[in-house]
Design a protein around this ligand. Structure first.
Ligand code: C2E
Ligand code: CA
Ligand code: CA
Length: 420
């Protein structure tokens, strides 16, 4: 496109006050305070935007500015000056408010009838990307927008997928006892094969839906699938423990509690493990501790997953009704970076075991990692080196031929002196 012949149009989606400040401001200072802050910010906006800018209120705290003849991507200084103005402190009856505006924008050379609606969507999509980051502004990015659209599509497709047995499945990853090297447990890991978008990472799914009612539906399905798997295994005379991952939000729902109760009938007593991530505990330790205690009272083993990512404090573990902890994969990765971390991991494991917790090490990817575990001496080991997550039919086969022991290549192992 010939930039000289075409006109420049920029659309800015400007968040004058973030949602939390807006709600907290209304709760603490009242809605008039918030309204006045917004009005003052809009005045700053009018002051700094070029003449003929069209300004629209998009929502309570977001305004749209349609600006002609400035290509903000090429004129970042203009954007910085606008932000500087919007950041000016606002004083209302002695209460000072320091605005922290964010701008998502799109700038285009346009010819004829450009789809203005689409450009507005681009600007608001950019604003969504910038929320939660420390950046004050961001330009529209098609790749990020596609991710956002896919995320939205996935969230709206999930209810249908939950009814479709082909799409949502569980894979199972063996966990072995570190001394006997026998598989004593399987961790259930969610798999979603979307018909158009392919395999979707469970971590992404959970982080998107965790605070929505979909989380509950998903966990109910996961528990059903875990029960089905336990039944398949029992027909083969195999009774490994079954570990399911729970979101901390699951602990607030009676339906999940009831479903887990059902699971304890299908999976023999003490064989069911609920894994909950350590970072989740920070959110609301007291309430989560009650939820976990309720599960423990059902005979479910409680495990703190990804231990070491959050506070890594062993002392608060004693306040929880947990039976075991799973050291996060990052422990092993840090040992690779600095062998001094080996002693830290071993120390944590020793103390946790002395406090009565079983300790599982995850992310054991290779022979070297496995050798490291010999030094750390956890209770159990999990990782690609033992086995990758697999569908239940493959697990049955894997268990039947005790595959890890067969594949273990002792000669390939490193000695501890090469690691420490
Ligand atoms: P997680 O619970 O920590 O599960 C372990 C993750 O590490 C799994 O990823 C597993 O496939 C992967 N993994 C296992 N061994 C190794 C290894 O040796 N090396 C490496 N690099 N990775 C290994 P996955 O299946 O992608 O799951 C990611 C996360 O998604 C899980 O982390 C868990 O937090 C969450 N998740 C999975 N399924 C469920 C579920 O049914 N419910 C909930 N609430 N969360 C789930
Ligand atoms: Ca887990
Ligand atoms: Ca983990």
């Amino acid at each position: 496109m010939n930039a000289n012949k075409s006109k420049v149009l920029s659309i800015l989606a400007i968040e004058l006050m973030n949602d939390y400040t807006l709600q907290a401001g209304e709760a603490v200072q009242g809605s008039n305070f918030v309204k006045t802050c917004i009005v003052e910010s809009v005045a700053h906006l009018i002051n700094k935007c070029p003449d003929k800018t069209l300004l629209y209120s998009h929502s309570k705290n977001v305004y749209l500015a349609i600006v002609k003849d400035i290509h903000y991507e090429n004129d970042i200084m203009a954007l910085k000056q606008l932000i500087k103005q919007l950041k000016s402190p606002i004083n209302i009856n002695g209460v000072e408010y320091l605005p922290c505006p964010k701008i998502g924008f799109v700038s285009r050379y346009i010819e004829g009838n450009e789809n203005a609606k689409e450009l507005i969507r681009f600007a608001t999509s950019a604003l969504i990307q910038i929320r939660g980051t420390r950046h004050p502004y961001i330009a529209y990015n098609e790749k990020e927008d596609n991710l956002l659209q896919n995320k939205f599509k996935l969230m709206s497709d999930l209810p249908r997928a939950l009814k479709n047995s082909e799409e949502i499945r569980l894979y199972f990853q063996p966990i072995i006892d570190s001394k006997s090297e026998q598989c004593i447990e399987l961790e259930c890991l969610l798999r979603w094969k979307h018909p158009e978008l392919g395999n979707i990472s469970p971590f992404s799914i959970i982080s998107w839906i965790e605070e929505t009612p979909l989380m509950q539906d998903l966990t109910l399905r996961v528990i059903d699938l875990a029960i089905e798997a336990a039944q398949v295994l029992s027909t083969e005379n195999m009774f490994p423990k079954i570990a399911v991952n729970l979101s901390c939000y699951d602990l607030y729902f009676d339906k999940i509690h009831d479903k887990l109760k059902l699971a304890t009938l299908a999976i023999s007593s003490g064989q069911l493990i609920a894994e909950i991530t350590e970072t989740a505990l920070i959110k609301d330790l007291d309430t989560i501790a009650i939820g976990l205690k309720n599960l423990r009272d059902l005979g479910i083993n409680i495990r703190i997953d990804d231990f070491g990512v959050g506070q890594s404090s062993l002392s608060y573990l004693t306040k929880l009704p947990a039976h075991s902890i799973k050291l996060d994969q990052s422990f092993l990765r840090q040992i690779e970076a600095d062998p001094a971390n080996l002693k830290i991991s071993a120390g944590i494991t020793t103390i946790a075991k002395e406090l009565g917790f079983d300790v599982i090490i995850e992310g054991v990817e290779c022979a070297k990692d496995y050798q490291i575990t010999q030094y750390i001496q956890p209770s159990c080991i999990q990782g690609y080196h033992i086995a990758k997550p697999m569908p239940i039919s493959k697990v049955v086969h894997w268990l039947k031929c005790n595959q890890f022991k067969q594949e273990k290549d002792v000669k390939g192992y490193l000695t501890m002196t090469t690691i420490i």
